[in-house]
Ligand binder design. Structure first.
Ligand code: ADP
Length: 494
C-alpha cells in the first residue's frame, strides 16, 4: 500500500527556470532563486530565478523599447495575427508537456489541464488573433466644418500580475488582448506557479514574437509585483488576485503615474436552487460550481442557497456526491480533485472548516486533510449555514460547500446581494419568470442559468462591487488595451 501512495512521476522535465527578458532567459540581477514546490508532497520541483525591482526595471525597459522603437505596434495587423495563430499552433503541438507542468506546479488534475485548459489557452489566442486585424476607429459627425475621426492605438507597456489558480488561462486572458492590440508586456506570474508561463512564452518567441514584446518575471508580490504596479514607465496594469491585494496595486498605480488598472478580484458567489429544481441535477451542478479546481475559483458557487421545499433532499444528496468525489494524485486518470496549491492555502482552508464547526454549522461530510502528505483536503459539506458565519462571508478558496436555506425569491435576492463581492451567480430553475427576475436582480458580472463556469473566449468576465473593475475576454477586453485618439481637421470645402 505504501508503494501505491508514491506520487506518479510527471511526464515532463522542467525546461525553464530563469526570467525571460528581452527574448532571453536570464538570472535575476540579485542571483537569488526561490523554490517552487510539488503540492502533492511539499517537495521541491525546481529553484526558480527570483525577480525583484531591478529585474522589473530591466523588463520594463525592454518592453518600452519594443513598444517605442520595435516593429510590434507598427506591424500590419495581419502580421500580428499570423504570429498569434502560430503561437496557438505551437501550444497545441506541446499540449501534453504544458499540461504536465501545469499539473505538477498547481496540483490540478492532469486530464483537466490536458483536455480543457491547454486547448482553451490555444483557443483564446486564436480568438484574439481574430481581433488583431479588426480594430479600428470611427468617423464622427461633428458640428461645424470638420472631418473628425478616432484612431484606436495600443496603450503602450502593459504590466500584468496573475494568480496561481489557473496559471495558463490567466496568462491568456491578459496576454491575448494586449498582444492583439499591439502592446508590449511585462507579466509577473504567481510565486506558487511560475513554470508553465515560461514554457509558453518561449514557444511564443519561436513563433516569431519579437524580443522585448513579452517579458516574464517570476517572483513575489510585495517585491516584483509592487515594483511593476508602481513603475513610472508602465502604461497600464491588469491584476487578478485577492481583493486585499487589488486595493494595494490600485493605490500603487495611482501614487506612481495614474496608470489605468483593471482588477479581477475575489467573490462569494451564490448558487441558487429554486423550488422547482430537479434535485439530482441541481446537486451535480452545485457540486461542480463549488468543487471544480479544488474549489480554487474566484467565481466558485460558494454560497449554495436551496429552497426549503427541496432543502433536505438536496443536503442529503450533496453530502453523498461530495463523499464520492475522487481525490488523489492529479496525474492519475479519473481523479476529480488534486491537492490545494500550497501549505498556506491548505492551512487556511482547514481553519475555515474549524470555524464552521465552531459556529454551529452542520458538518455533513469531510472536514479534514485527505491522506497524510501533501496539501489534499477532504471534500467538505456544511449544511445549516447562516449568513453571518465566516464560511458564508469569506472567500475560502477550497473544497468546502456551504448550504443555506431560503423561503422566497425576494429574500434570496437580498441575501445573495448582501456581500461586498459581485463576481458571479448560478441560478437553477426551469421557470423563466423566476430566472428573469434573478438575472436582473443579482448584482454580479456573470449569471449562469442552469449551467456554471462556462469560460468561452467570447464571453466577458469581471466583477461588480469589490470583485473588480473592467472585463476580460470577449470584445470588452480590447478597450483595456487601447487608447482613443480624436483627430480633427477642418474641411476646406464642406
Ligand atoms: P492569493 O492570496 O490568492 O495568493 P494575491 O492577491 O496575494 O492572491 O496574489 C495574486 C498575485 O498578486 C500574485 O502574483 C502575487 O504575487 C501578487 N501580489 C501579492 N502581493 C502583491 C503586492 N503587494 N503588490 C503587487 N502584487 C502582489
Amino acid at each position: 500500500a505504501a508503494a501505491a501512495e508514491e506520487p506518479i512521476t510527471p511526464p515532463v522535465t522542467v525546461p525553464h527556470t530563469q526570467l525571460l527578458i528581452n527574448g532571453k532567459f536570464v538570472d535575476a540581477a540579485s542571483g537569488r532563486t526561490f523554490q517552487t514546490l510539488d503540492p502533492r508532497t511539499g517537495e521541491l520541483i525546481a529553484n526558480v530565478a527570483e525577480g525583484d525591482a531591478e529585474d522589473v526595471n530591466r523588463a520594463v525597459a525592454a518592453a518600452r523599447k519594443a513598444f517605442d522603437e520595435g516593429p510590434w505596434p507598427r506591424l500590419p495587423a495581419f502580421e500580428r495575427q499570423k504570429i498569434l495563430l502560430k503561437c496557438a499552433d505551437l501550444v497545441d503541438k506541446h499540449n501534453d508537456e504544458i499540461a504536465a507542468l501545469e499539473t505538477w506546479d498547481n496540483g490540478k488534475p492532469y486530464e483537466q489541464a490536458a483536455k480543457v485548459e491547454v486547448p482553451m489557452f490555444a483557443r483564446l489566442f486564436r480568438y484574439y488573433a481574430g481581433w488583431a486585424d479588426k480594430i479600428h476607429g470611427l468617423t464622427v459627425p461633428a458640428d461645424g466644418p470638420y472631418h473628425v475621426q478616432t484612431l484606436h492605438e495600443p496603450i503602450g507597456v502593459a504590466g500584468q500580475i496573475i494568480p496561481w489558480n489557473f496559471p495558463l488561462l490567466m496568462f491568456a486572458w491578459k496576454v491575448g488582448p494586449a498582444l492583439a492590440t499591439g502592446n508590449t508586456i511585462v507579466l509577473k506570474t504567481a510565486e506558487q506557479t511560475p513554470l508553465s508561463a515560461l514554457y509558453v512564452a518561449r514557444l511564443f518567441h519561436e513563433a516569431g514574437l519579437p524580443e522585448g514584446v513579452l517579458n516574464i518575471i517570476s517572483g513575489f508580490g510585495p517585491t516584483a509585483g509592487a515594483a511593476l504596479a508602481s513603475h513610472m514607465d508602465v502604461d497600464k496594469l491588469a491584476f487578478t488576485g485577492s481583493t486585499e491585494t487589488g486595493k494595494i496595486v490600485l493605490e500603487l498605480g495611482a501614487k506612481s503615474n495614474l496608470k489605468p488598472v483593471t482588477l479581477e478580484l475575489g467573490g462569494k458567489s451564490p448558487f441558487i436552487v429554486c423550488e422547482d429544481a430537479d434535485v439530482d441535477q441541481a446537486v451535480e451542478l452545485a457540486h461542480f460550481a463549488l468543487f471544480f479546481n479544488q474549489g480554487q475559483c474566484c467565481c466558485a458557487g460558494s454560497r449554495t442557497f436551496v429552497h426549503e421545499k427541496v432543502y433536505d433532499e438536496f443536503v442529503e444528496k450533496a453530502k453523498v456526491r461530495a463523499s464520492r468525489r475522487s481525490v488523489g494524485d492529479p496525474f492519475k486518470a479519473g481523479i476529480e480533485q488534486g491537492p490545494q496549491v500550497d501549505s498556506e492555502q491548505f492551512e487556511k482552508i482547514l481553519k475555515y472548516i474549524r470555524s464552521g464547526v465552531e459556529c454551529g454549522a452542520t458538518l455533513e461530510t469531510g472536514g479534514e486533510r485527505f491522506g497524510s502528505k501533501g496539501y489534499y483536503v477532504q471534500p467538505t459539506v456544511f449544511s445549516n449555514v447562516k449568513d453571518d458565519m465566516l464560511i458564508a462571508k469569506d472567500e475560502i478558496f477550497g473544497p468546502v460547500q456551504s448550504i443555506l436555506k431560503f423561503k422566497d425569491l425576494n429574500e434570496v435576492i437580498k441575501r445573495s446581494n448582501a456581500t461586498r463581492y459581485g463576481l458571479a451567480a448560478g441560478v437553477f430553475t426551469q421557470n423563466i419568470d423566476t430566472a428573469n427576475t434573478l438575472i436582473r436582480a443579482l448584482r454580479v458580472g456573470t449569471v449562469w442559468v442552469n449551467t456554471f463556469d462556462i469560460f468561452d473566449a467570447a464571453i466577458p468576465f469581471g466583477g461588480y462591487k469589490m470583485s473588480g473593475h473592467g472585463r476580460e475576454k470577449g470584445i470588452y477586453s480590447l478597450s483595456n488595451y487601447l487608447q482613443v485618439k480624436a483627430v480633427v481637421t477642418p474641411l476646406k470645402n464642406p
